[in-house]
Ligand binder design. Structure first.
Ligand code: HSE
Length: 400
């Protein structure tokens, strides 16, 4: 019997308890042992819920109990999660977490402690919710140099953009709808400003390069500026707008960014809609691979956390090594990335074509006094130099 402790009994923590109950027998069979929740750490009490018998309010009870072998961190945020997780690892307990903020900031250090203590620090649920992506990168794709990872890594914004695309709604109306459905938080900033996707692509890039990629170094734009007019232009170009988090190998480094992009129908992420996530990986020997599924939500995320617990139980007495050192990888400046660009301007067609040779001009019936422009491929630096010569740019969206 393996005894575990849950830190936090919110959506993910209670989901983990539920998954352990729903699939109790098959999980025990696969792990080779029964798994029992011994403690739940939460500030709150849950009167009437059988979990109340396990609730503690003092972390020391958990960290000092030698019977607890696995700690599940499902609190979110960097502190006190970091202090608790570090304390658990130093006490010789394995940890699994769904917390991307914690992993993006302290992943390398926590992995090093886990290695030294011969325990595990696993974080499958921190990226892509229930979709296996961390384990595949760490164990299945180790023969490859990963040259590109591009993902729709945020379910909330994907739901919102899908709704805007299919129902022609305004950003603020779809945000209210996403909040009503429990997809977006009361404070939706991390989702809609791209910060959540930014931490996730920082984690994936760190894993494929084996070094620390600082999320602060990743150029990030959210979806707050996307309007129904942009969606109409996208439709006129037979494209969709998606919030992509992308990381491309460039020499010995990577160029990473998070921003809305226009995707053509042949793009592998074109059909990833609603709250689903999709992650495209290109390896130098593998070629292309796609990972698709439930990227957020209580049970999908808990599924990934419980799979980590099973892995920990199956691999007791050793450390599953993850190559992610704390040496910082300087990223390539995103201004050197080459893309096509779509822009909207009220400038004359002559002037547009003077600056952007061979650009396609797009007109949308009903949108007057401006022109849509689809440029040739160029660096972002070149684009900015040319765009600065226009009298105005109403909108710019990169084209995948
Ligand atoms: N807010 C996140 C999303 C939750 O919408 O994808 C999963 O990390």
């Amino acid at each position: 019997m393996i005894k575990i402790a849950l830190l936090g009994y919110g959506t993910i923590g209670s989901g983990v308890a539920e998954v352990l109950k729903i699939n109790q027998e098959s999980i025990a069979k696969r792990a080779g042992e029964e798994i029992e929740v011994k403690y739940v750490l939460d500030k709150r009490d849950f009167p009437g819920d059988p979990i109340q018998a396990k609730v503690v309010h003092d972390y020391d009870v958990i960290v000092s109990d030698p019977e607890v072998q696995v700690v599940v961190e499902a609190m979110g945020g960097v502190e006190p999660a970091y202090t608790f997780v570090k304390g658990a690892l130093l006490a010789g307990k394995s940890v699994t977490t769904s917390n991307k903020a914690l992993v993006a900031k302290h992943g390398a250090e926590l992995l090093a402690i886990a290695k030294e203590k011969n325990v595990h620090f696993l974080f499958e649920a921190s990226v892509g919710g229930g979709i296996p992506i961390i384990r595949p990168l760490n164990s299945s794709l180790t023969a490859d140099e990963v040259e590109e990872i591009t993902g729709i890594l945020n379910g909330t914004t994907n739901y919102m953009l899908t709704k805007m695309t299919f129902e022609g709604l305004e950003f603020h109306d779809v945000l209210k709808d996403a909040q009503a459905r429990g997809y977006a938080e009361a404070d939706p900033t991390a989702d809609i400003e791209g910060q959540d996707a930014c931490r996730k692509i920082a984690i994936l890039t760190s894993l494929v390069c084996g070094q620390q990629v600082e999320f602060e170094d990743i150029y990030t734009e959210g979806i707050t500026q996307i309007s129904p007019a942009d969606i109409q232009y996208a439709k006129a170009m037979n494209r969709v707008i998606k919030l992509l988090a992308t990381s491309r190998k460039a020499g010995n480094s990577y160029c990473a960014m998070v921003c809305p992009m226009l995707l053509p129908p042949e793009h592998p992420l074109y059909s990833v809609n609603d709250v689903f996530n999709g992650i495209f990986v290109h390896g130098n020997v593998l070629g292309d691979a796609m990972f698709y599924g439930s990227g957020a939500g209580k049970l999908p995320t808990a599924s990934a956390v419980v799979a980590d617990i099973v892995d920990i139980v199956k691999n007791q007495g050793r450390n599953i090594m993850t190559a992610w050192s704390s040496a910082k990888l300087p990223l390539l400046d995103h201004k050197l990335a080459v893309n096509r660009f779509f822009l909207r301007t009220s400038e004359s067609s002559e002037r547009i074509l003077e600056l952007f040779k061979n650009a396609e001009l797009i007109k949308v019936p009903g949108i007057l006094g401006e022109t849509g422009v689809l440029t040739e491929a160029m660096t972002e630096e070149d684009y900015e130099e040319k765009a600065a010569k226009l009298s105005n740019v109403i909108q710019m969206i990169r084209v995948a």
